[in-house]
Design a protein around this ligand. Structure first.
Ligand code: NAP
Ligand code: L37
Length: 294
């Protein structure tokens, strides 16, 4: 039997609508209009596209957007000075520094300089530290793993006691994803490039989250029948039949895996739209908190 397709676009549209409604309520109550500052450094084409989508989403939801674009040659001090001025700007409730930064810039120092209350990406070491600790709550959760979690929740997956396998251990996806799943009472295995017998480990998964950046790496016979499969991968592969000469595929061989899995996210239209929706959600939350504390 073919798997249920988890419609990330539809679930993201719901989250965006909820965020737009929250903006209206906040503003009607005399609160601030939420504001998001995006910081793009350099000319990475994918980053430009994603930052553009984030700015458009703001516009659509009634969130103010402050776009900053620095050249590839920007110095560490210039990036940190910009973050510092955004920290002080009352109109800005969330600051997103799009990663990766150009070579030569110290990512950790930049992320450290973002005010905790404005760290909508949740990459500040203190927010990640809190995510990792029992009984502590981060102010923000990284958007992509947060989006993947909401897809699981809203498509009816049971996390408590489930065997979850996360393929990938990056700072922005794999590791925070694993922390989120364990916080939700799943039993979590993290796989990476040194994992031995990957197919055997993945076959144990009731829930599989793939975030490796390897086109269609996860095959149909690696997957446990009935499993929930969340494909975070965004890979551009050549395809002469397409007008652009290429198409997007995930880290999962969709056509094979959908014949085995219970539910699966497509690429595009899965986790990608959720990343943006969760960012909007986080920005509204940040603005609401300032309204309460003033
Ligand atoms: P990354 O930083 O390159 O990390 C990749 C991870 O996969 C690493 O932990 C690496 O292991 C592991 N890995 C690589 N090759 C492997 C192999 N052959 N076998 C087992 N593990 C392997 O990538 P990322 O930033 O996490 O992104 C992962 C994917 O998600 C990419 O396709 C990216 O475009 C996509 N992405 C999507 C969104 C979205 O919104 N949908 C957001 C961010 C990223 P080691 O640690 O051992 O090197
Ligand atoms: N928050 N997100 C945050 N911070 C970062 O530093 N790098 C990074 C990040 N990543 C990110 O924004 N990724 C991302 C990936 C895909 C989409 C959006 C954001 C997306 O919209 N994907 C669409 C297809 C887009 C396309 O056609 O190229 C999808 O349907 O998957």
């Amino acid at each position: 039997m073919s798997a249920r397709i988890i419609d990330g676009k539809a679930i993201a549209a719901d989250i965006r609508q909820e965020a737009a409604e929250a903006v209206r309520t906040l503003v009607a109550a005399g609160g601030p209009r939420p504001g998001l500052a995006t910081v793009l450094v350099g000319e990475d084409p994918a980053s430009r596209v994603y930052v553009g989508s984030k700015q458009r989403a703001c516009e659509e939801l009634g969130i103010e957007s402050f776009g900053h674009h620095l050249p590839t040659t920007a110095s560490q001090a210039e990036v940190e000075d910009l973050v510092c001025s955004l920290n002080a700007d009352q109109r800005v409730h969330g600051i997103l520094v799009q990663l990766p930064l150009p070579a030569g810039l110290d990512e950790e120092r930049v992320l450290n300089s973002i005010s905790l209350e404005k760290d909508v990406d949740g990459f500040h070491p203190l927010n990640i530290g809190r995510l990792a600790q029992k009984g502590r709550d981060p102010l923000f959760i990284p958007c992509t793993p947060h989006g993947a979690l909401v897809l699981l929740e809203r498509s009816g997956a049971t996390l408590r006691g489930a065997n979850a396998v996360v393929l990938g251990r990056s700072n922005i996806v794999g590791m925070p994803m694993a922390l989120l799943l364990v916080r939700n009472d799943a039993t979590v295995t993290i796989c990476h490039s040194r994992t031995s017998d990957l197919p055997a480990v993945i076959r144990q998964a009731d829930i599989l989250v793939a975030a490796v950046g390897r086109p269609e790496m996860v095959r149909g016979d690696w997957v446990k029948p009935g499993a929930y499969v969340i494909d975070v991968g965004i890979n551009r592969v050549e395809d002469a039949t397409r007008p652009k000469g290429c198409r997007l595929v995930g880290d999962v061989a969709f056509e094979e895996v959908k014949e085995v899995a219970g539910a699966i996210t497509p690429v595009p239209g899965g986790v990608g739209p959720m990343t943006i929706a969760m960012l909007m959600h986080g920005t509204v939350e940040a603005a609401k908190r300032t309204a309460i504390s003033n």
